[in-house]
Design a protein around this ligand. Structure first.
Ligand SMILES: O=C[C@H](O)[C@H](O)[C@H](O)COP(=O)(O)O
Length: 224
C-alpha cells in the first residue's frame, strides 16, 4: 500500500465522535480526508475545519460537515502532512503553499498529528527549502531582509510564469537553507521581519508523527 495512505489511515483512527477536527492539506492529508469521509459515511459524527480551499472542497464533496472558527472554541485534533520531520517532532510545512492556514489551525488545536512517508524523516531540518509566506507589497525589500538573515538562495515560488498566490493572496519565498541549526530561533527571527506573514517551521507543535513505510509498516513517533 502507498506509505502516505498507510500513515493517514492510521492517524484517522484517533478521531472520535463529537470531535472538532482540523483537516490538513497536501497529498498525504488528501488520504486522511478520504479516510475521514469513509468514517463519516459509516456514522462518525464530527465537524471539521480545513486548512485550505482545496481541502475544504474535498471535505464538502465527501459530506464531512464543515464549521467556521466563529462556531468553535478550539479544535480537538488536527491531522496534517509535512515536508520534513526531525527526531524532536519539529517540522517544515508549506510545500503546497498552505502553511499560514495550517499554522493557524494547528495553533488552535489541542493535538496535532503529523502524517508522513518515511522519505520525510530527517536528522536535521533544512534540506527541503523553507517556505516563507510574504505580502506581495514591498516583496523586494522583504527579500533583502530575508537574504541578510538567511544567507542562502531565495526563490519566489512560481505557478506557470506568474508568482504562486496562496489562499490568503500572499506569495511564497522558498529559502534553500541546506540545513537549519536552531529552528526555534530562526522561526522567531523570520516572523519579526515586516512583510513576512508566516514561515513553514512548526516548532514544538506536533504531539505525534505517524510514519508510513514502503514495506507496509507504520510507526508512531512521540515526544520522549
Ligand atoms: O502546504 C502544504 C502542506 O504543508 C503539506 O502538508 C506538505 O507540503 C506535505 O505535502 P504532501 O503530503 O503532499 O507531501
Amino acid at each position: 500500500m502507498n506509505s502516505k495512505k498507510l500513515a493517514a489511515e492510521h492517524a484517522v483512527q484517533f478521531i472520535k465522535s463529537g470531535m472538532i477536527v482540523g483537516l490538513g492539506t497536501g497529498s498525504t492529508a488528501h488520504f486522511a480526508i478520504h479516510a475521514i469521509g469513509a468514517r463519516v459515511q459509516a456514522g462518525l459524527t464530527i465537524q471539521a475545519i480545513a486548512t485550505s480551499e482545496q481541502s475544504e472542497a474535498l471535505a464538502r464533496e465527501l459530506e464531512i460537515p464543515i464549521v467556521s472558527f466563529q462556531e468553535v472554541n478550539e479544535i480537538d485534533l488536527t491531522i496534517d502532512g509535512a515536508d520534513e520531520v526531525d527526531s524532536d517532532l519539529n517540522v517544515i510545512k508549506g510545500g503546497g503553499g498552505a502553511l499560514l492556514r495550517e499554522k493557524i489551525v494547528a495553533s488552535a488545536s489541542r493535538e496535532l498529528i503529523i502524517i508522513v512517508d518515511e522519505s520525510k524523516v530527517v536528522s536535521q531540518l533544512g534540506a527541503f527549502p523553507l517556505p516563507i509566506e510574504v505580502v506581495p507589497f514591498g516583496i523586494e525589500m522583504t527579500m533583502k531582509k530575508l537574504a541578510a538573515l538567511l544567507e542562502c538562495p531565495l526563490t519566489v515560488r512560481q505557478s506557470g510564469n506568474k508568482p504562486f498566490v496562496t489562499d490568503n493572496e500572499h506569495y511564497i519565498v522558498d529559502c534553500h537553507t541546506g540545513s537549519i541549526a536552531d529552528a526555534g530561533k530562526l522561526t522567531r527571527e523570520l516572523n519579526m521581519i515586516p512583510g513576512v506573514v508566516e514561515n513553514g517551521l512548526f516548532i514544538g507543535m506536533a504531539a505525534k508523527v505517524i510514519v508510513g513505510y514502503m514495506d507496509g509498516a507504520v510507526r508512531e513517533l512521540n515526544h520522549t
